[in-house]
Design a protein around this ligand. Structure first.
Ligand code: CP
Ligand code: NVA
Length: 307
């Protein structure tokens, strides 16, 4: 069987996502009913973190245990990864001792090089360019609350970062639209976002116009991990790109609000929005667990049917 990696959203097809979302639902139902389900008995996931994490670590580690396997945490600080061992060598060694690898790192190129030398599937747990597991969870959350995302409009307010790029890829794969509003100088870079075209997104200089009529309004921190040196400058550049109640009023009355978290209330989102009636951020965070369990099962076992 050819190894399948999940390094960016477009690595999987619409059919595969449809299968994964249906599978997620079944896996989540088992979990909620306290049903034991151990298809990955004796399998080992290695999780490599070069950046901080709460949700990604927890959801992968708990998810692997719940599927009957084990998860091992490595970080740059106390492994040879932080002391200059070539990523290709690390990939050879780690993939001989495990069944699946998840990596959170800086440049996308690092996960691509790791995957090229890995004997086992590799999952991107966030890079500077992409965060595909997050958008799987976000879309699954949208489907749970509102049904299919096809043809719907997602408003992205803020930085054209890894999470934004992944929304844009997802729009092409699953056929919906993204209205993007970034401050001047922070616009989408289609090539960096890995887009095939520009027909699934539109850029709006005014964030209020991007939110108008949207089915989902979403944002993320103004300063992503790895860009901390730009923090003060970004605070000034992004101050008009806060999702607040006035902005939510321009979206559809039943619009959802999402944020991948961690959030900064009073910066990219007002407390009244993230803690208000449109917000589904806690479901969104929980769904990281369920979608990634479906993903790990799929990468290791292919399609299974017991639902
Ligand atoms: N959303 C997300 O990936 O959170 P963590 O940085 O806590 O993993
Ligand atoms: N864009 C953020 C997402 C954190 C989950 C970052 O890269 O820091």
């Amino acid at each position: 069987m050819q190894i399948k990696h999940f390094l960016q959203f477009k690595d999987l097809s619409r059919d595969e996502f449809e299968y994964l979302f249906q599978r997620t639902r079944w896996i989540k139902e088992q979990f909620k009913a306290y049903q034991t389900y151990h298809p990955l008995h004796d399998r080992t996931l290695v999780m490599i973190f070069e950046k901080a994490s709460t949700r990604t670590r927890l959801s992968f580690e708990a998810g692997m245990q719940q599927l009957g396997g084990a998860a091992i945490y490595l970080n740059t600080r106390d492994s040879q990864l932080g002391r200059g061992e070539p990523v290709e060598d690390a990939a050879q060694v780690i993939s001989r001792m495990s069944d699946l690898v998840m990596i959170r790192t800086f440049e996308q190129e690092i996960v691509e090089r790791f995957a090229a030398h890995s004997r086992v599937p590799v999952i991107n747990g966030l890079t500077n360019e992409y965060h595909p597991c997050q958008i799987m969870a976000d879309i699954y959350t949208f489907i749970e609350h509102r049904g299919s995302i096809k043809g719907k409009t997602v408003a992205w307010i803020g930085d054209s970062n890894n999470v934004c790029n992944t929304w844009l890829q997802a729009a092409e794969v699953l056929d919906f639209n993204v209205h993007v509003s970034t401050p001047p100088g922070y616009e989408v870079e289609p090539e960096r976002a890995g887009l095939y075209g520009t027909d699934h997104y539109e850029e709006f200089p005014d964030p209020m116009e991007a939110a108008r009529g949207a089915d989902l309004v979403t944002t993320d921190v103004w300063t992503s991990m790895g860009f901390e040196a730009e923090n003060e400058e970004r605070k000034r550049d992004f101050e008009d790109w806060q999702v607040d109640a006035d902005m939510m009023r321009l979206a559809k009355p039943d619009a959802l609000f999402m944020h991948c978290l961690p959030a900064h209330r009073g910066e990219e989102v007002a407390a009244e929005v993230i803690d208000g009636p449109h917000s589904v951020v806690w479901d969104e965070a929980e769904n990281r667990l369920h979608v990634q369990k479906a993903l790990m099962e799929y990468l290791l076992l292919g399609k299974v049917s017991n639902s």
